[in-house]
Design a protein around this ligand. Structure first.
Ligand code: FAD
Length: 464
């Protein structure tokens, strides 16, 4: 990548030596946990998009917090830079080394520690895969407050570290609200026990928030306590075609007004995104017959089987009559519902199959969202295929251009974070004073800067 290739390795960091490997073998209990195998390292060095590649010679797999603490304490004393890695599904190059940083993956720390069926509070280790947590909760009649296309691989620790948004944010809010506590280890090996399970605890600075969304730059998250929600018996999903973006916006307003208490997702994609998925993924077909220019997925989740369905049907009918919607279907069963979701969730995968792509993850005021796609189409002409899709319900979309976004008071990273891709772009979304405080906090918690260097903060911070 262009932004990563301009970076220089910080010469203050040590290089890995055989004695380091011996030390890790000793504390972790053998080679099984101290990975030097080239093939496995190749995978761990490469990000999900195959856009960023590091050259780490070592991946460590700690089994508990104590081991994470010992690893970090040692790396800090030796000035060995590290990169915390979860499921490695991040989309901004944050989860892979830029140079030879030691990869620390907490994937073996994957136990559920407790679940309270009264409060819905789940406490688990950071390496639990999101989908496994969802499956566990399903047996208890609960759901995770977040869901994303990468659920089969991403870790809850990675989700917390990126403050992942995802498909249910419109209903359950962000992780800053649902994460009740966490345990994290800072660079010097200090274990911070902030693993509260209370919804209310106003005793001083709420430091857990520093670790939510800090992309492994302040510490390694080792445990998470999160508020889950009772599973509702009735979930309905409609796939809708709209002729223009204005109709999509109006539909969102109407959906909030008419389906408010049961609305759980409002996702949008344009015709180009639909074509992409149809062309690159097997077994996908367009559920609506009349092709629109835009498509919307509306999911409702509630407790009244008949009531909810009737409500959604009536909403759809009314929207058809008003001309907001040109066509629409409601999934008849769970298989059909998954095939609808497959279209929206498959876009990232289809992009990867289609070849080189620039993927931006922006948030903008809803009325501005599609203008950026149109402006870019004009600017790029035949040079590129510009497509827009995203979580419209909370004002998000994923096309590009930082200046445009900044000018319209959007955020240059809605959900995916800054990683290495956007670290230098931070000033588009944050004031110099705010970035200066971030730098101070980073220096306080990680004085030698060994934790996920070259990420999040502007590159100038990392030049010695
Ligand atoms: P990784 O990719 O391994 O790491 C991400 C960052 O977190 C890195 O900076 C890493 O250093 C840090 N990190 C990881 N684990 C820890 C830890 N235990 N302690 C400290 N730091 C850690 N994101 C959204 O927000 N919304 C979406 O809807 C969404 N959809 C996606 C769909 C697909 C198909 C894909 C591939 C990705 C999607 N993402 C989405 C990106 C999202 O950021 C990640 O999927 C997820 O949150 C990262 O989890 P992970 O375990 O894979 O972390």
């Amino acid at each position: 990548s262009s932004s990563a290739s301009k970076l220089q390795r910080n010469p203050l960091f040590s290089s890995l030596e055989p004695r380091d490997v011996s030390f890790f073998n000793e504390i972790l209990g053998g080679e099984k946990y101290v990975v030097q195998d080239e093939e496995r390292l190749e995978t761990a060095n490469t990000d999900w998009m195959h856009k960023y590649r590091g050259s780490s010679k070592l991946m460590l797999l700690p089994k508990n917090t104590e081991e994470v603490s010992q690893i970090l304490k040692y790396c800090d004393s030796r000035s060995l830079a590290v990169v915390p890695q979860g499921g490695n599904t991040g989309l901004v190059g944050g989860s892979v080394p830029v140079f030879d940083e030691v990869i620390i993956n907490v994937g073996l720390m994957n136990k559920v520690l407790s679940f309270d069926e009264v409060s819905g509070v789940l406490v688990c280790e950071a390496g639990c895969i999101l989908e496994n947590l969802a499956t566990f909760l399903d047996t208890k009649g609960f759901v995770m407050p977040l869901d994303l296309g990468a659920k089969g691989s991403c870790h809850i620790g990675g989700n917390v570290s990126t403050n992942a948004g995802g498909l249910r944010l419109i209903r359950y809010g962000s992780l800053h609200g649902t994460v009740l506590g966490l345990e994290a280890v800072t660079a010097n090996g200090n274990v911070l026990d902030m693993l509260g399970t209370l919804r209310k605890d106003n005793t001083g600075y709420d430091l857990k928030h520093l670790f939510i969304g800090s992309e492994g730059s302040l510490g390694i998250v080792t445990k998470v306590s999160i508020l889950t929600q009772p599973k509702m018996s009735s979930v309905n999903l409609a796939f809708i075609a709209c002729k223009d973006f204005l109709s999509c916006q109006k539909l969102l307003v109407e959906a909030k007004r008419n389906l408010g208490e049961i609305l759980s997702a409002f996702e949008f994609l344009d015709n180009n995104s639909m074509d992409l998925v149809l062309n690159h993924l097997d077994g996908v077909r367009n559920p609506v017959s009349s092709s629109g220019n835009f498509y919307i997925l509306i999911e409702t989740t509630g407790s009244g089987e008949t009531y909810d369905r009737e409500k959604l049907e009536a909403f759809l009918l009314k929207s058809l009559e008003q001309g907001l919607v040109s066509d629409g279907v409601i999934a008849q069963d769970i298989n059909q519902a998954s095939s609808f979701w497959r279209i929206r969730e498959g876009i990232t995968e289809a992009l990867q199959k289609a070849g080189a792509f620039y993927k931006y993850d922006l948030s903008l005021p809803v009325e501005e969202i599609y203008n950026i796609v149109n402006d870019l189409r004009g600017r790029l002409g035949d040079l590129a295929n510009v497509m827009g899709y995203g979580h419209l319900g909370d004002g998000l979309i994923e096309p590009y251009v930082y200046e445009w976004t900044s000018k319209h008071r959007g955020s240059i990273s809605a959900e995916h974070g800054l990683g290495v891709m956007k670290a230098n772009e931070i000033f588009y979304s944050k004031s110099p004073e705010t970035v200066a405080l971030m730098v101070s906090i980073k220096k306080l918690l990680d004085p030698k800067g060994i934790l996920n260097p070259y990420k999040v903060l502007p590159h100038s911070f990392f030049s010695p």
